[in-house]
Design a protein around this ligand. Structure first.
Ligand SMILES: [Fe+2]
Length: 172
């Protein structure tokens, strides 16, 4: 998909729509990434976390669509290259036939990075929606931001457990 260089970008609303479009693209990539990852991991807590967040991410994409409707704006044809790059990086690493615990480590690292990216995106979007007086959009975006923060916390805990397990394996 091409970038949005042919879209008019003159006003704060244009900027807001661009950032919303980027977040929408990221959500679609993240859903794909989480669904693929779910099938690759054994750790039940991680598997469940990925499943649950794939579902949440679909709802987050719908919230963004709701905001486009409220604004009467069409999404810009933006591709979130950052999310796409993280997805690609994970796919490339999995080609190297890693051991099962390394697969889980790769999935956890990739998920942590996408959550940081999405937290940054939603923080900026909440700020813009507040400045524009878009009260309903603020609420929807804050809800997604909170879910991303909770998912990051959850996956960081799993990351610590996996790292400790792997350190134990190395010293055994
Ligand atoms: Fe998300």
């Amino acid at each position: 998909m091409s970038d949005s260089s042919n879209m008019p970008m003159q006003t704060p609303q244009d900027l807001f729509v661009h950032e919303l479009s980027s977040a929408h693209s990221a959500e679609q990539i993240v859903v794909k990434m989480l669904e693929e990852a779910q099938g690759l991991v054994q750790n039940p807590e991680l598997k469940e976390g990925l499943r649950m967040h794939a579902e949440q991410s679909r709802e987050q994409a719908q919230r963004l669509e709701q905001i486009f409707q409220q604004l009467g704006a069409e999404p810009h044809p933006v591709q979130c290259h950052s999310a796409q790059g993280l997805h690609q990086e994970l796919q490339d690493a999995l080609q190297a036939q890693p051991a099962p615990e390394v697969v889980e480590g790769l999935v956890v690292a990739g998920t942590c990075k996408t959550e940081h990216l999405e937290i940054a995106a939603y923080t900026g979007l909440v700020e813009k929606a507040q400045a524009m007086g878009q009260t309903e959009a603020v609420q929807l975006l804050q809800q997604s931001l909170q879910e991303e923060q909770q998912m990051l916390q959850r996956v960081e805990q799993i990351s610590q457990q996996l790292t400790q397990q792997m350190a134990g394996m190395q010293s055994a």
